[in-house]
Ligand binder design. Sequence first.
Ligand SMILES: Nc1ncnc2c1ncn2[C@@H]1O[C@H](COP(=O)(O)OP(=O)(O)OP(=O)(O)O)[C@@H](O)[C@H]1O
Length: 568
Amino acid sequence: MGQTTSDQAPRVQSDKPRRETFKYIPKAPYKIIKILANHDLFTIEIPDDSMTCGWLLSEVIRNYKNEGVIAALKTKESLDILDEYLLRFEKSLKPFTDHEMLTAYFSEDCEDSGIGRFNFLKVIGVGKYSKVVLSRKKDTGILYAIKIIEKSEVRRNERLAQVMIERNALSQISHPFIVKLHWACQSDSQLYYVLGFCPGGELSFHLKNIGRFTENQAKFYFGEILLALEYLHEQNISHNNLKPENILLDIDGHIKIIDFSLATINTSDSILTASNSEEQKTNISFIDKAEDFYKLGLLLYEVLSTSKPIEKPEFTIEINENLFPKYLSKDVKNLLLRLLSKDSLCKSSKNLEDLSKRNHGLSIEEIKQHPWCQSINWQRMLKKKCTPPFRPNLKKSNFDPEIMKIPVNLDTYEGNELKEFNYSSEAIEVCYWNMTEILLSESNTNSERTSTDAEETLKNLLSDKSLDITENTAKIYDEVQSFTLPSQKDLADKKVNFKSLSPSERESKISSIRSLLKSVTGIQKYFAEDQKQHKNLDPLTLPIPDLSCNVGKMQEIVRRKLTLKNEV
Ligand SMILES: Nc1ncnc2c1ncn2[C@@H]1O[C@H](COP(=O)(O)OP(=O)(O)OP(=O)(O)O)[C@@H](O)[C@H]1O
């Protein structure tokens, strides 16, 4: 059979108009994202929502032609949860708005093998003996939560053994529902545990926002915690401090158990020191595990009712169904009864004599098979395939804003680039006050100023190659932010005082501050003495294009505070 190939086919000229179907019509971008990379500002067109954070980063790297290695992207406002989101390459770009501006994070070389490998960003948690600080690893740009423990506090409170147990427990754990310890290191005065960052905040924070959880919501958290406990107990580790404050959420809403500061590890060695008896060895580990179940019961009660049973005296006497809220189902009441029963209390008292009083306690298997847990598919849950009741808000931080105001105590950090400059609070405070004075004197000369076009000023600022904007002062931002303005009267007095100074007195007052600010920010040409060359750069009206512009940051804060103050 003769085959007609396209070559052989007669070329017939058709009279019909040609169809346009093959014409390539470029699709309008679905949205664009602006990228500020060093002094370059460019846009990336996002064709649709299926594009991911990993794709965006690769596009940015492809488009950036200048010096430096881009390791990550971050939000302009350093919003912790979105910054973490941007590091998840598989995540969709959906949460970002059209024309959103992101900044590039450049990899920094670092020879230090200790804590100097990290830039500290802000305090996100405070414990009795420690602070937890959100930090970025200088070379990779990855975010971590670093728990900083003061050695002096450990010594004073004789907590060394406990601190070592926390470290040892964390270092042998690897489980999807338990925080990961990546590194542990120390300086002369502090211990550092570098932990995976959980941006979703504490379960207690969400509990406060929501009121109380429904049984289904509670069941999800209960199930994930139980799986983590099962794993811990298999490793002979008891957590001993389960409570909503120690359950964090990851970016998708799954749990991570933190805080092993009260944990116990039942190694045969430690048991041997306590006693050589095999029977007691079994009992002791049994008691610690029972303590976890009891605490799990308290946690379940708390999330379902929003009250802490521990604060109710009747709970420590004899537990019965009447103590539970009426709206709870029969099944959950039964489970609570079993977890919180007097038996459990006896077991958790750690008094060996009490053991004689106990009946048979619940095992993990029994809890898993309890009627209330019947709807849980444990295999799916372990693989994180069960949908969390809610996802943490990506548009605002899930950490307590009051805690985030706490300054990172930079004086005590060792081994990073802060050595050269004294970043003590007083130094920053001096900066702050004098910035205020400069702004006040500026505002006197022209009270009608309005904000200039942000884009335009940004371009001016970026095209000025003499400005050496350093990345290093998110910490200063935090420090400055934590100061409060004085009363209107004090401000007025300051203003009058400052105005009454002669130009040379003003100059001498400001000059030391100016050099301080220059060394803090790395910006060499900015203030009055430079204004002849930089007429466009008006400290009062300069918009804040990027948080890495440190003077801008300070101005913004001062201005925001002044506005607030004036509104009051
Ligand atoms: N990996 C993390 N990611 C995000 N936030 C964290 C992380 N670890 C701790 N935090 C925050 O820091 C707070 C305090 O941490 P943690 O509970 O470990 O300290 P603590 O045990 O209470 O302190 P201490 O041992 O000094 O008593 C937590 O409640 C939480 O808000």
